[in-house]
Design a protein around this ligand. Sequence first.
Ligand SMILES: C[S@@+](CC[C@H](N)C(=O)[O-])C[C@H]1O[C@@H](n2cnc3c(N)ncnc32)[C@H](O)[C@@H]1O
Length: 137
Amino acid sequence: MARTDKDVDLVLAVAPQPVTFWLELGSYEGGSAIVTAKRVAAQKLETSVIAVDTFLGDARVLWERDPEERRKLLRPDASIALFDRFRTNVHRAGLQSCVLPVPATSVVALKLAISLARRKVAPPGGPANAGEPWAHA
Ligand SMILES: C[S@@+](CC[C@H](N)C(=O)[O-])C[C@H]1O[C@@H](n2cnc3c(N)ncnc32)[C@H](O)[C@@H]1O
């Protein structure tokens, strides 16, 4: 979870280069993914921000917020509008081509990333011509 520009810059600087994708687990409403994508754009990198979340919320997200906020997040049929909020925030920031939502659990997403890495397949959205030995999905 990247809260500030400085956090993102630090990770981008120390990660193996080129940084083709950034995997975020628990993206919630998209705040950190947006911070990250803005830094990626500012540095003119071709890095996809893969935003993993069940988009179902959790006990803290739902039950520790005030009732008014909770009412906004829960639809009348009790389903949760988290993915809509995430998408709206990313679109408002104009970052939909960089931030790619993956509705999954963190464990599933990590298994997918490991499996793709073992096959040397870059995740979708990675740069097509980064010069590294990846096939592209
Ligand atoms: C407290 S929020 C994360 C805050 C967010 N990173 C930010 O900076 O605003 C927790 C998020 O984790 C998600 N979540 C909970 N359990 C999860 C799991 N097993 N796999 C993926 N996402 C999960 C919830 O849906 C929720 O959006």
